[in-house]
Design a protein around this ligand. Structure first.
Ligand SMILES: [Zn+2]
Length: 158
């Protein structure tokens, strides 16, 4: 295994995605998020979770019973949210990642495989009556998070 180049790719991409996302945030959100992070998980998923939690929303995490184990689930509202890293899930047209130049076939297969599985998962959930939202790491802005919040509270079926 060429672990050196592999982990290098992954690490670099994760960092870039993360910083890219943070750059789009206003100072207030960034400091709010950062003040809560300190030594904790800084993955995009955690940013979404903390944001929605700070707005008073409660949710289930990684629900195994649902296709694709959505990252956040609002059961009573029947909303499933995926927070996707742009590299692993093959965000199309995204500026935050590039196909690795070494072992390109391997990565292409892997990423395309993830992408296909995501598409199938989302289709299945929608067929079952779920509202599905995918948040890409590169899109983590105040506006995107606010829009997500509004979508969730706007579809309260309770
Ligand atoms: Zn992206």
């Amino acid at each position: 295994m060429t672990t050196v180049s592999q982990s290098l790719v992954v690490d670099l991409t994760t960092k870039r995605v993360f910083y890219c996302g943070m750059d789009f945030m206003s100072k207030e959100t960034r400091s709010r998020v950062m003040s809560r992070i300190r030594g904790r998980d800084t993955k995009p998923e955690m940013i979404v979770r903390r944001y929605l939690h700070s707005r008073g929303l409660r949710y289930s995490l990684h629900v195994r019973k649902l296709p694709g184990r959505p990252d956040l689930v609002f059961r009573s509202r029947k909303i499933a949210i995926f927070v996707h890293g742009c590299f692993w899930h093959g965000h199309e047209g995204c500026q935050s990642w590039k196909m690795p130049q070494s072992r390109t076939d391997y990565w292409q297969d892997k990423i395309m495989g993830n992408h296909k599985r995501d598409t199938k998962t989302i289709r299945q959930l929608r067929k079952d009556g779920w509202l599905v939202r995918v948040i890409w790491a590169c899109q983590l802005s105040d506006r995107r998070l606010e829009r997500l919040y509004q979508t969730i509270v706007g579809t309260d079926k309770a």
